[in-house]
Design a binder for this molecule. Structure first.
Ligand code: SF4
Length: 517
């Protein structure tokens, strides 16, 4: 078993003070959490003198930051690695590096089966990207600027020391649940050939260089990493390690830096943001964080993604209700509604408990936008369980809903459960649930016609330049439907990232049409 990054063949090819800086191209797959990891690795490389390119054919080094959440994500990761390998065998690239979740799961296989891959970097060893690329952190690229968040277009900046994170080693805090679950084997990777024994423990901080890959007006902030929950279908805890929070002040400092750079919207992310701060001894840590972030003058919107159902506290809802800048938007993946299935998933609760909780959310936070996601076809999900889920969806009337088909993951507890649902039936259930939500979505969008909202413009529509696309607080970036602007009123010179007041004039199943006021 090897846990070392492969030694680059010719490190001097990549780094030389006198030769042109190496160009690095990144492909980031999967979720926004993975995107932040890519931004951190790009920041480290750029600070060490590399140039980031968006053209794979121009790159000397290509990094594929992979996802390994479910089978389709793994397949996409492998396909992308093979596609990028083509730039090495038949193009300019000299190095191919694979990073991310796939490395945690299949470290040995990647190196053995894809000979074009020169090095691998797991989710807990982001700093090794420099060694993997054959680039040394060079004081020649240091700057006096204390600011370490870079935009892709800016020249290389700031590398004051080789230490990027205050929490990467010896993170002393832990939640008691995490420790207990570790003792019970929740994080065990013993059956994964090639996985390194130590769980990922890395967390970036406000001093870590980061190249933002998102539009200038918004940025993600990862406030926590890892997960301690026991969900039986999920291998993320094995891939990402135990739950750990970033320091409160570190998050604030990063948000302040971002705001100074023109970011207007920050989106807080983590596997479970509602546990934020528990390992630091904070009670209602997320609520406190949101309250403090809402005081940053230049920020317009603050939102968080991925709440765990029984971690949504009254204080959190109050903070959402009483701070204009905190978006009234809740993404709470419920996964199912039948008590029978939820028990097998080791998540607990029931449709009645969820309905009561949703009622409380809506009563406390007026105009709350509620998003959830479900898994259909979990082992043992009967026709009756599925009907219960449909009834629940009808009763709950979510604004946004995603449906995943169950994916049997080796290493997840559910892999060993009997009563697997046939693939065709799983797909039938997915389609039926989506069809049901389509009607709900249509009705909920229609109710918005004539109402006014703040909107941020995101640029001309991909379909036609006559339309622009935008988002309201009801729309998280890249996840929810779109708002098309077809009437700019007096505002003829608009630009990306500008906020306006708008009125909704048309509603479709998922998208809206608006005019600027
Ligand atoms: S809460 Fe459950 S589904 Fe979400 S990352 Fe943790 S273990 Fe996976």
């Amino acid at each position: 078993m090897s846990n070392e990054i492969l030694t680059p063949d010719k490190p001097q090819e990549a780094k030389s003070a006198s030769s042109a800086p190496p160009k690095v191209g990144f492909v980031s797959l999967g979720c926004p959490k993975n995107l932040v990891d890519s931004e951190v690795m790009m920041g480290m490389l750029q600070s060490a003198g590399a140039k980031i390119t968006t053209h794979a054919e121009d790159a000397d080094i290509i990094v594929v930051n992979t996802c390994s959440f479910i089978d389709t994500a793994k397949q996409e990761s492998v396909d992308t690695i093979l596609e990028m390998a083509g730039h090495k065998t038949g193009g300019k690239a000299k190095k191919l590096i694979v990073a991310g979740c796939l490395v945690e799961r299949y470290r040995n296989e990647i190196q053995k089966n894809i000979p074009e891959v020169d090095a691998v970097v797991g989710t807990g060893e982001l700093e090794k990207i420099l060694a993997a690329a054959g680039i040394q952190a060079s004081p020649a690229h240091a700057s006096d600027s204390p600011f370490k968040i870079l935009n892709a277009s800016t020249a290389s900046q700031s590398l004051k020391s080789g230490v990027y994170s205050d929490q990467k080693v010896g993170h002393v805090h832990a939640r008691p649940e995490g420790d207990a679950r570790e003792s019970a084997g929740r994080f065990s990777r013993d059956e994964w050939d090639g996985a390194v024994h130590d769980l990922p423990n890395y967390l970036y901080d406000e001093n870590t260089p980061r190249v933002l890959a998102t539009p200038k007006h918004m940025a993600y902030i990862k406030i926590a990493e890892g997960c301690d929950h026991p969900c039986t279908f999920c291998i993320i805890p094995q891939l990402r390690g135990k739950f750990r929070s970033r320091r409160f002040e570190s998050v604030i400092a990063e948000a302040e830096s971002l705001a100074k750079r023109g970011v207007k919207e920050v989106v807080l992310i983590g596997q479970d943001t509602t546990c934020y701060g528990e390992d630091l001894g904070l009670k209602d840590g997320l609520a406190l964080l949101l309250e403090r972030l809402a005081q940053i003058e230049d920020l317009r919107w603050v939102r968080f993604l991925y709440a765990y159902p029984n971690k949504i506290t009254g204080r959190l809802l109050d903070v959402m209700a009483s701070n204009e800048k905190v978006c009234s938007y809740m993404d709470v993946p419920l996964q199912h509604a039948s008590a029978n299935v939820l028990k097998k998933m080791k998540r607990g609760a029931s449709s009645d408990i969820f309905l009561k909780s949703i009622d409380k959310m809506r009563k406390t936070v007026p105009n709350l936008t509620l998003r959830t996601s479900f898994i259909v076809g979990f082992p043992g999900e009967t026709a009756q369980d599925f009907e219960e889920l449909c009834d629940f969806v009808q009763a709950a009337q979510f604004d946004w809903l995603g449906v995943f088909t169950y994916s049997d993951e080796e290493g997840a507890k559910a892999f060993h459960l009997d009563e697997k649902v046939p693939a065709r039936e799983i797909e039938r259930r997915r389609r039926k649930l989506m069809q049901l939500q389509k009607q709900i979505s249509k009705k909920r969008r229609k109710a918005l016609v004539g109402k006014q909202f703040d909107i941020v413009l995101e640029g001309p529509s991909q379909e036609t330049e006559l339309l622009w696309e935008g988002r309201t607080a009801m729309h998280a970036p890249e996840i929810d439907g779109k708002v098309f602007v077809n009437d700019f009123g007096e505002h003829q010179d608009v630009s990306e990232g500008q906020f306006f007041r708008c009125e909704i004039t048309e509603a479709h199943e998922y998208d809206l049409v608006a005019k600027l006021l």
